[in-house]
Design a protein. Structure first.
Length: 497
């Protein structure tokens, strides 16, 4: 029934786009133009060419979406049998798998990431929909022992209308990471995709609708952060805002939500350390670190962007790692290279600026360090996989998120110094420790100030383990069963008998 992925790739390579991409807002079960009729161009970062257009929403469109979401929450979704909510999510997962080839090709055109990564993201969102479908009818409360004259119980209630402000590095994935647990809990959702990657959020609405999601339960308003994100995060009827993106925008979102005492989940990126101790399996660490920093060309909030390595293995690690980094293929995502495009010219300028700046400070660039292009076409926004060696702890490229394929290396003399270096930034999202020494691994895991610590595999855990940051990396947790807490509130009922 579904077209083979090769046909979508061929269509996209031949025409530069896909036919039939959605281009309007999805509000209250209907496709509609934005109130302003303004449009935004979708640009393929691998070719620098526009390939689609979509609606630029504004505050009036947000108002319509909130009205629809509130009605759908109060009159429909919160009353729907939880087992039925689960069926809709499970059916959505099934439809995502059927339409995965088209979704993946669209995600690659919009984002720039290699097709294999888009395919993995598509399978991951299907898994998330299945996972939270399984939770929908198991959101149980508990009882409180107040003695024989009382019955006291806590019940979980959905918080209401929720907003999901999504970044451009994992558009489908970040959207469903919030929307699936919200819908499972009985909340309704309004999605504001990033302005450079809005298409797959819209495409998913057709699948939700086909799966039986009632109108208004999930609305999508595309547009800029200022025109849509601001009024959405500050809307009095929005009871929870889930935001992923930069620290400064996170602060604004939190301030907007605070006006109405709405809760927030903020996922604000990081400068996550990967600690390589001398006793580890070095070849495995080299291999794993290539993915830790170069997945999605480093545009990953939890990327292992700092290598904190013991001096005795530093030279060997860097030699092996640099050779592997130089061999990574770069190109348009549809040809499935190892490194795809940077999502926007603005982001490419930011990456190149930070690396140029490091160069002027005399930081040693072991490999990479330059903008580049798709070798087949001579265009596109690309950056070479880069290693900056032996960087001082207070340097900007150790302290600030670059959000590109740039690894900053810090050399230390022992595990204690590694811990000090690991905790030496204002971020605290993720960390990994490579070692065979269980004592060192577990004591570092205990003392590292991060929301998620993995040992001997950087991206271990997947959708099932709670994820979120400490310090400036954010507040709240997503993924796993923890995510459901964002969308449930506790009501206590106590009865004298
Ligand atoms: P951003 O934080 O401005 O954008 C993220 C989302 O917030 C987008 O949907 C955007 O439209 C929306 N937004 C922007 N302004 C808003 C506002 N005033 N109110 C509500 N929503 C608003 O991020 P960016 O400018 O696209 O990227 C800048 C930097 O942020 C990157 O270089 C990177 O360091 C970081 N970043 C981090 C992540 C992450 O996963 N943590 C994702 C994207 C970007």
């Amino acid at each position: 029934m579904s077209t083979h992925i090769k046909d979508y790739i061929a269509e996209a390579q031949r025409s530069g786009t896909l036919s039939g991409l959605p281009d309007r807002l999805y509000i209250d079960g209907q496709w509609r133009d934005s109130e302003s009729k303004a449009r935004i161009e979708a640009i393929d970062p691998g070719t620098e060419r526009p390939f689609a257009q979509f609606a630029a929403g504004n505050a009036e469109d947000v108002e319509a979406a909130v009205t629809s979401s509130e009605r759908a929450f109060k009159d429909v979704w919160r009353h729907v049998d939880p087992a039925q909510r689960a069926r809709v999510l499970r059916e959505s997962a099934r439809l995502v798998r059927i339409h995965a080839p088209r979704l993946a090709v669209a995600e690659t055109l919009d984002c720039g990431k290699p097709l294999s990564e888009s395919q993995e993201d598509t399978e991951t969102i299907a898994k998330m929909l299945d996972y939270y479908a399984g939770a929908a009818d198991k959101l149980q409360g508990d009882t409180i022992p107040l003695g024989r004259n009382f019955v006291s119980y806590n019940q979980l209630e959905p918080v209401g209308v929720t907003a999901h402000i999504v970044p451009w590095n994992f558009p489908m994935f970040s959207m469903i990471r919030g929307v699936a647990p919200a819908l499972a809990a009985g909340c309704t959702a309004i999605v504001k995709p990033a302005e450079t990657t809005s298409l797959t959020a819209l495409m998913l609405m057709d699948l939700f609708t086909e799966a039986g999601l009632p109108k208004g339960v999930c609305n999508v308003v595309t547009g800029t952060g200022i025109a849509v994100g601001e009024p959405l995060s500050g809307h009095p009827k929005v009871r929870h805002v889930t935001f992923t993106g930069s620290i400064n925008t996170g602060r604004r979102v939190m301030r907007n939500a605070a006006q109405h005492i709405a809760s927030v989940t903020l996922e604000l990126g990081g400068k996550s350390p990967a600690i390589v101790l001398a006793d580890c399996d070095l070849d495995h660490a080299v291999q794993d670190m290539l993915e830790a920093i170069y997945l999605n060309a480093g545009q990953v909030c939890s990327a292992g962007s700092r290598l904190v390595i013991e001096r005795s293995v530093h030279a060997e690690f860097i030699a092996k790692f640099a050779a592997r980094a130089q061999a990574l293929t770069i190109g348009h995502g549809l040809r499935n290279p190892m490194i795809g495009a940077i999502n926007s010219r603005q982001q490419l300028d930011k990456i190149a600026g930070m690396v140029d700046d490091a160069r002027t400070r005399g930081i040693r660039i072991v490999t990479g360090g330059q903008r580049t292009v798709d070798p087949d076409s001579g265009v596109g926004w690309f950056f070479q996989p880069t290693v900056l060696d032996d960087v001082p702890a207070d340097d900007r490229v150790v302290q600030e998120e670059i959000f590109g394929p740039v690894l900053a290396v810090q050399v230390v003399d022992n595990a204690e110094e590694a811990l000090h270096a690991a905790n030496g930034t204002d971020y605290g999202l993720a960390a990994c420790i490579y070692t065979k020494d269980i004592q060192k691994a577990l004591s570092l895991a205990r003392d590292i100030d991060a929301g998620q610590v993995t040992i001997n595999q950087y991206y271990a855990g997947g959708i099932y383990t709670p994820f979120g940051g400490n310090k400036l990396s954010g507040i709240g947790r997503e993924k796993g069963l923890e995510a459901l807490r964002n969308y449930c509130r506790v009501k206590n009922v106590t009865i004298r008998i």
